[in-house]
Design a protein around this ligand. Structure first.
Ligand SMILES: C[S@@+](CC[C@H](N)C(=O)[O-])C[C@H]1O[C@@H](n2cnc3c(N)ncnc32)[C@H](O)[C@@H]1O
Length: 402
């Protein structure tokens, strides 16, 4: 199991993103007029994909100008986000594993995995991209030829609307940035629809091979995270297991409901290539941080009881997932929030100026005091570094359920 969920972007990913501009020039060349219009199209599509989702045209990736906007802006940013996650996530992909990517767009997940995990390049994997937009799949196929020519992976695409037929058998089912478009299991500003989530889980479970998993990745926004939290709750009720990121199977303390924080992971974007920074700036979408929410789910065995939470009591070795960046506190201390079976935790240590301490996504183990003080702002239990195992924060060996 990986020590960290979000290790720094590997060199192969940064190099791949640098080279993507040239590959896109081949796959989706732009005339001078279209190049000049690109930032405006990116801004328009960004609004549709975020704040004005109800206006998003159904066939947006079949329209050349919007497909170009997606390929030149959204694809590289999604590669960066997904790459950060895939660098550390233990996906257990063995030779012959079948990855089915629902709402795949231009093969984003395959490209992210290829760029991020050079160790998997010699492992024969099967990747099937499903999407209703044939134009996006076509662009993905051409891009794959540019980026991973001669690869041993078997990569294919099939144009079909989600839900039209049963999902093909899969060892890893991927849904990245599509839950809102393909399915509407509730959450966000809508009423939570747990029935839709149950139907979705049943459909996914039917396609999974024994030991198979579902990876759902969404933007790190409050509405998207709320949807995932609702899906997680239903999955646990139905006997599924959350392999990541949760360190427990209790109620989520970051539901995003009301004033509660929402579960997401954010990271710096300082190392993205200049061409992408430049386009982002011209579209008025420059960003210093990128974020995502995700769930890696495993179906329970038939007839198994629903997963129960951890039973860690006072003084136990309690796993805590760090879910925020580090921030300064008064009197030379610093903190970061963590998620535990006993709710939100504020991990505090002294800023000695030399060690970074645990980072967003890390799993640490803490010794739980009998009656910890509470943070007035968040209600989180305050745990000082003396309470972290080994005297200082140490990264745990497992990132999945203890
Ligand atoms: C925001 S894009 C995400 C693409 C890719 N997964 C990524 O992360 O970059 C959403 C994709 O879902 C596809 N899509 C939306 N609704 C769909 C449906 N009902 N059936 C199949 N594909 C759908 C769109 O065509 C689009 O390619």
């Amino acid at each position: 199991m990986q020590d960290r969920l979000l290790p720094p972007a590997p060199a192969s990913l940064l190099q791949g993103l640098e080279g993507l501009a040239a590959a896109l020039e081949v796959v989706q060349p732009l005339r001078a007029r279209h190049r000049a219009q690109l930032p405006g199209e990116v801004a328009r599509l960004s609004e549709w994909l975020t704040t004005a989702r109800d206006e998003l045209p159904r066939d947006y990736l079949s329209r050349p100008a919007l497909l170009s906007a997606y390929l030149y802006y959204f694809l590289p940013w999604n590669l960066f986000r997904q790459g950060r996650l895939l660098a550390g996530l233990d996906l257990q992909l063995a030779a012959g594993a079948r990855i089915v990517d629902v709402g795949a767009g231009p093969f984003t997940f395959a490209l992210a995995l290829w760029l991020t995990r050079p160790d998997l390049r010699s492992v024969p994997l099967n990747y099937l991209a499903l999407d209703r937009a044939a134009a996006a799949l076509g662009a993905g196929r051409r891009l794959w030829e540019q980026v991973a020519a001669g690869s041993v992976w078997k990569v294919d695409g099939s144009a079909q609307p989600a839900g039209a037929r049963a999902l093909p058998p899969a060892d890893l089912l991927v849904l990245a940035n599509v839950l809102n478009e393909v399915h509407k299991p509730g959450g966000g500003d809508r009423e939570v629809d747990t029935d839709a989530a149950a139907r979705l889980l049943e459909r996914w479970g039917q396609s999974l091979a024994p030991g198979g998993r579902v990876l759902v990745i969404e933007p790190g926004t409050r509405p998207a995270s709320r949807q995932l939290v609702m899906l997680r709750g239903r999955a646990l009720e139905l006997g599924w297991r959350v392999a990541a990121p949760c360190p427990h199977a209790e109620r989520c303390p970051q539901s995003g409901i009301g004033r509660q924080p929402w579960c997401h992971f954010a990271f710096e974007t300082a190392r993205v290539p200049g061409w992408l920074e430049d386009l982002s700036r011209r579209a008025d979408l420059a960003k210093e941080r990128a974020s995502l929410s995700f769930l890696l789910l495993e179906p329970g065995s038939p007839g198994a009881a629903p997963e129960s939470g951890t039973s860690a009591g006072a003084g136990d070795d309690m796993p805590v997932r760090v879910v925020s960046g580090t921030f300064a506190l008064p009197a030379g201390e610093r903190g970061r929030y963590g998620c535990s079976a006993r709710g939100l935790v504020l991990l505090v240590d002294r800023n000695d100026g030399t060690t970074a301490g645990p980072q967003s996504g890390d799993l640490v183990r803490v010794s739980w005091p009998a009656d910890p003080p509470r943070d007035a702002k968040s209600g989180a239990a305050i745990l000082r570094s003396g309470r972290l195992s080994s005297g200082t924060v140490r990264r745990a060996r497992r990132t999945t359920r203890p």
